[in-house]
Design a binder for this molecule. Structure first.
Ligand code: 3VV
Length: 247
């Protein structure tokens, strides 16, 4: 039993990101890993849990039946741009999933937690979005369809929901181009309300980097680009996975 436990703990540790070398783990994280290993080290469960820990995470950035014809048409347009260096980024229910071993870690560390923008199971109810990025041009574009549960002013999207999609899209752009970051500053000018159910483009561009700081600017427009809904600038600061997790 103890040998199984240690073997399982060793497997878990091997899947941790490089920044989380077992030698550097805090006592509490070591204890958490060991406790999980003890809990699941009974042979039959070990196999079942190893499978569960290694299963592929769901990608929320692919079309689902709630996507409108306009959302689908934009999705197909950006997918077809693949040849011009546009890459669709996968979207998971936890930020941790992007780190090496993050899938495993997210089952151990606050397992009931979910990314704010991916916390509704009902398709189309809240944030429906997908992000395409262009490394060479240091840009990303988020196609965003706002569901009915994001209402602020009657029939229109809540300003906090708009801030959330801006924070997410610019944060994904910064993470994609410079690695793990946290938002240090976000400034938004709301220009025109966004009707609920509509599809908008959230276009992000990396302006510059200075040491650990990444400056990103953003514009939200209607799908055809004719109406400006919001403009924003954001500052992100690079952090280690350890800082993200909170130890
Ligand atoms: C095929 C795979 C592709 C992968 C694609 C990737 C996809 C990614 C997927 C999913 C991403 C999801 C994205 C989500 C995004 C959401 C992010 C959030 O909402 S984060 C939550 C809200 N933010 C906080 O809670 C932070 C709270 N603040 C802090 O923790 C600290 O203040 C922190 C980390 C921001 C900075 O703290 P320090 O101690 O590490 O660093 P110090 O020394 O204070 O600052 C570093 C530099 O930044 C400047 N700075 C810091 N804060 C500033 C501010 N507010 N304004 C101006 N400058 C600031 C400082 O003056 C300093 O500048 P000088 O290096 O001296 O020039």
């Amino acid at each position: 039993m103890w040998r199984n436990t240690m073997r399982f703990a060793a497997v878990l540790c091997r899947h941790l990101p490089p920044q989380m070398n077992p030698q550097n783990l805090t006592a509490s994280l070591k204890k958490m890993i060991l406790e999980s290993a003890v809990k699941f080290s009974r042979p039959a469960r070990t196999i079942a849990w190893s499978r569960a820990l290694c299963s592929a995470p769901k990608d929320y950035g692919v079309p689902n039946p709630s996507w409108s014809a306009e959302m689908m048409s934009l999705y197909e347009r950006y997918s077809a741009k693949g040849a011009e260096s546009w890459e669709r980024l996968p979207s998971y229910k936890r930020y941790l999933t992007y780190s090496a071993g993050g899938q495993c870690l997210s089952r151990l560390h606050k397992p009931t937690a979910r990314l704010f923008t991916r916390n509704l199971e009902e398709e189309g109810a809240g944030f429906e979005y997908t992000v395409f990025a262009n490394k060479a041009e240091r840009r990303a574009v988020c196609l965003f369809q706002a569901g009915p549960l994001l209402e602020g002013p009657p029939g229109h999207v809540h300003g906090g929901a708009i801030a959330t999609i801006i924070d997410s899209a610019t944060g994904i752009c910064a993470t994609y181009l410079t690695g793990f970051v946290m938002t240090a500053n976000l400034n938004i000018n709301y220009r025109n309300p966004i009707p609920l159910g509509s599809v908008v483009l959230v276009e992000c561009e990396l302006d510059r980097t200075e040491g650990r700081k990444t400056f990103v600017s953003c514009r939200i427009t209607s799908a055809d680009g004719s109406k400006l809904h919001a403009e924003a600038t954001a500052l992100f600061v690079s952090v280690s996975v350890g800082t993200l997790i909170g130890f």
